[in-house]
Design a protein around this ligand. Structure first.
Ligand SMILES: [Zn+2]
Length: 198
């Protein structure tokens, strides 16, 4: 059965991860953290802990303490696009769980080529064994192959060709840029996206 956790349940899980020690965790610490961090009441915490136990995410260890079982997979719903994402792949954005795409999209509006984002995206892809265009959406793959074939293209050209708004085109290009599949190059007066290793 697929377990999809809601916001409060994720909050409690985050508190458990923080308070977790070798021997397990103590529910008092979780109650304190959940109250301070998420405004959850004692009874809500107990209810959620019971729910997590029911689904096997929490179990009682040989010391008689509760501990997290990281082998049980769970999902969270992206608050940006509503997609269910594996529990180990979500990002926290203002305390809310979002998927990688929504996280990047949000950050690209602020900074287009953020070196920290490049590092984390690369690390994320490396951790998940993604190489080249693996893990990209079909649209991103198509844009990428187009640029590889053409040797370079401007966001304006891509936006016309793929019938996307300029903002959406820039978001898609930024993801490819973050994956270090493409990079910017000035040609004449125009900025082109070109293959990363060209
Ligand atoms: Zn999303």
């Amino acid at each position: 059965m697929k377990i999809v956790l809601d916001e409060e349940e994720i909050g409690v899980l985050e508190c458990i991860k923080e308070a977790h020690m070798d021997r397990g965790f103590h529910i008092r610490d979780i109650i304190k953290k959940a109250k301070a961090g998420y405004g959850l009441s004692r009874s809500t915490v107990y209810e959620i802990v019971g729910y997590l136990e029911f689904h096997g995410l929490l179990k009682t260890n040989e010391h008689g303490n509760r501990e997290l079982d990281l082998n049980i997979s769970y999902f969270v719903t992206c608050t940006g696009c509503g997609k269910d994402i594996p529990g180990n792949e979500y990002f926290k954005e203002n305390g809310k769980a979002v998927c990688e795409d929504c996280y990047l999209e949000e950050h690209q509006r602020i900074k287009f080529a953020d070196p920290v984002a490049v590092r984390s995206k690369k690390l994320f892809r490396k951790q998940h064994g993604f190489e080249g265009t693996e893990g990209l959406t079909e649209l991103q793959k198509e844009i990428y192959s187009f640029i590889i074939e053409e040797g370079g293209s401007t966001p304006e050209m891509i936006s016309k060709l793929f019938k996307l708004t300029l903002q959406e085109t820039r978001n898609q290009l930024a993801i490819l840029r973050h994956c270090e599949l493409l990079k910017w190059r000035k040609m004449g007066d125009e900025m082109y996206m070109v293959p990363f290793d060209s």
